[in-house]
Design a binder for this molecule. Structure first.
Ligand SMILES: Cc1cc2nc3c(=O)[nH]c(=O)nc-3n(C[C@H](O)[C@H](O)[C@H](O)COP(=O)(O)O)c2cc1C
Length: 444
C-alpha cells in the first residue's frame, strides 16, 4: 500500500476497488457508427488512459435509447446486440489494470445534433418549453413514457453488467434529461413528477430502484449530479436548484442504493463552470454551424460567435459568473459539502491537474477521488508523471477548451497548438486514436 494518498486504493462499492484516486472523467467524441455500435477507434481511445495509469475510466455519454442521443456517431447501449462490443472494450481497459464504468444517459431536450434517427421530432423532456440558450425543441413526457424510460435505464445497466463492465453511472448532471426533471428552473409539471423536490427527484429515484431490482445490490452504481444548476448563463432564465437541494437528492440516491456520487456543476453543457477555462469564440464560429439547425436560437448564437464586434456580448454572458473562481477544483467546495452529508464516496470533477491540490483535497476529506477529463486529454499519462514525482506535467493542459469545441466535427484530442512543436505534431498526436493499443480488437 502506498503512503501517498493519491496512489492509495479506494473501495468505491462492495465489489469495486480502484487502484488510485484518479478516474478518467467522461469524454464524448465521434468515435462510433451511426447505428450506435462502437468502433475500434473508441477502444484505442479508452485504452490510452488505462495504459496511462488511471484507476478507472468513466465512459462518454452513452444513450440508453436512440431517442436520447446528443450527437449522432456516439455509441449507445440500447440493444443486446452491442453487448459483445462493450465487452471487448471493457476487457481492453481491464487488461491494463483499470476499471470501466459506463455512463447511462438520455439527452432530454439538450440534443445538439439529432442525426437521422431524431431529425424533425422534438425530444422528450420534463417540460415542453424549448431549451433557452440554443432553443432546442422538446415535449413533456407522458407518465407512460416515463415508465418506458425507467425500463430503458434498467436494461442499459443490465447490458453493462452482462458485458462484464465494472459499473454504471447515471448522468443526472449538466442539463441532460434527469436534470430537466430535478431542476426547479426547468420542470413545470403538475403531476407526481413535478412541484416539490421529492416529486422532481422521483424519476431519478425510480430509475435507481429499477436498476437495483434488475442488476442486484452488488453491481456498482454511481450518480453524477450538478451540485448547483441555479447558475444560468442567461440572466433572465428561471433559477434552478441550489446546493441544499442537491445535498438532499444525493442523500435520497444513497438511501435507494447508489454507491457513489460524482459531483459536477452547471445548468447545461457546456457551461461557464464546466469545463472551466476559456471559450475561444473564433473556433466556436467554425464548429457551431453544425448545430445551427438544431435549435431555434442557433443562428442568433452563430452570429454572436461569428462577428468579432458581437463577441463581447457573449463573452460577458459566459464569463460573468467565473469571477474569483479557480479553474482547478472549481466545484471542490460543493463536493466537500455533499461528502459531509452522505456516507458513500464522493468524486469531484473540474479542472484538476496538480497532484498537490488533489492530495490536499483528499487529506482534508473534501472528496475521495477526482475525475479528470481535459488534463488527461492533454497528457494521457498524467498519473504516471505524478507517480514519477511531477506535480504538474511538463506540457500542461491550458484549459483552452479547444478539445471540447472540436468535438462535434473533428476527432477527439488536444487541439492546443501551443503545446506542440508544430501543427503537424499536434495532428500526429490526435491521429494516434486510430492505432490499436490492445491485443483485443474488433474483427473487421
Ligand atoms: C470534450 C469533452 C467531452 C465531455 N463529455 C462528457 C460526457 O460525455 N459526459 C459527461 O458527464 N461529462 C462530459 N464532459 C465533462 C467532463 O467529464 C468533466 O466533468 C469536465 O470537463 C470537468 O473536468 P476537467 O476540468 O478535468 O475537464 C466532457 C468534457 C469534455 C472536455
Amino acid at each position: 500500500m502506498s503512503d501517498d494518498i493519491l496512489f492509495s486504493p479506494l473501495k468505491l462499492s462492495r465489489n469495486l476497488e480502484i487502484k488510485n484516486r484518479v478516474l478518467r472523467s467522461n469524454i464524448s467524441g465521434r468515435f462510433d457508427n451511426e447505428d450506435g455500435s462502437l468502433t475500434q477507434t473508441r477502444i484505442n481511445w479508452e485504452t490510452k488512459f488505462a495504459q496511462g495509469g488511471v484507476g478507472a475510466i468513466i465512459s462518454s455519454y452513452v444513450p440508453v435509447l436512440m431517442e436520447g442521443r446528443i450527437i449522432a456517431g456516439y455509441a449507445t447501449i440500447h440493444s443486446d446486440e452491442f453487448i459483445p462490443l462493450w465487452k471487448t472494450l471493457g476487457n481492453a481497459v481491464q487488461e491494463h489494470g483499470a476499471k470501466f464504468i459506463l455512463q447511462l444517459s438520455h439527452s432530454g431536450r439538450q440534443m445538439d445534433l439529432p442525426g437521422v434517427h431524431n431529425q424533425m421530432r422534438p425530444s422528450l423532456s420534463a417540460t415542453s418549453n424549448a431549451e433557452t440558450l440554443h432553443g432546442f425543441l422538446c415535449r413533456a413526457m407522458s407518465q407512460g413514457e416515463i415508465a418506458w424510460l425507467v425500463r430503458a435505464f434498467a436494461e442499459g445497466a443490465r447490458r453493462a453488467q452482462d458485458a462484464g463492465l465494472d459499473g454504471v453511472e447515471l448522468h443526472a448532471a449538466n442539463g441532460y434529461l434527469f436534470t430537466q426533471f430535478l431542476s426547479s428552473g426547468i420542470n413545470d409539471r403538475t403531476d407526481g413528477y413535478g412541484g416539490s423536490l421529492r416529486n422532481r427527484a422521483r424519476f431519478l429515484l425510480e430509475v435507481i430502484a429499477a436498476i437495483r431490482e434488475t442488476v442486484g445490490r452488488d453491481f456498482h452504481l454511481q450518480v453524477k449530479l450538478s451540485a448547483v444548476d441555479r447558475n444560468n448563463v442567461l440572466p433572465w432564465e428561471k433559477k434552478g436548484n441550489d446546493l441544499t437541494d442537491t445535498i438532499q437528492v444525493a442523500q435520497w440516491c444513497e438511501v435507494l442504493g447508489a454507491d457513489a456520487i460524482h459531483v459536477s456543476t452547471g445548468s447545461l453543457f457546456p457551461h461557464p463552470l464546466n469545463p472551466p477555462g476559456d471559450l475561444p469564440l473564433e473556433l466556436l464560429a467554425v464548429t457551431y454551424d453544425a448545430m445551427i439547425s438544431s435549435g431555434v436560437h442557433g443562428f442568433r448564437n452563430f452570429l454572436l460567435f461569428r462577428y468579432p464586434m458581437l463577441r463581447p456580448i457573449f463573452r460577458w454572458l459566459w464569463f460573468r459568473m467565473k469571477r474569483g473562481l479557480p479553474v482547478e477544483g472549481v466545484s471542490r467546495n460543493e463536493a466537500a459539502a455533499i461528502r459531509a452529508a452522505v456516507t458513500i464516496p464522493v468524486i469531484s470533477t473540474g479542472g484538476y491537474q496538480s497532484a498537490s491540490l488533489i492530495r490536499e483535497g483528499l487529506e482534508n476529506g473534501e472528496f475521495d477521488a477526482v475525475a479528470i477529463a481535459r488534463s488527461l486529454v492533454a497528457n494521457n499519462d498524467l498519473v504516471k508523471q505524478w507517480a514519477a514525482g511531477a506535480d504538474l506535467p511538463e506540457r500542461p493542459c491550458t484549459y483552452c477548451n479547444k478539445c471540447l469545441l472540436n468535438a462535434p466535427k473533428n476527432p477527439m484530442g488536444c487541439y492546443e497548438e501551443a503545446r506542440f512543436e508544430s501543427y503537424q505534431a499536434m495532428i500526429d498526436e490526435i491521429m494516434t486514436i486510430y492505432t490499436p493499443r490492445s491485443r483485443l480488437v474488433i474483427p473487421r
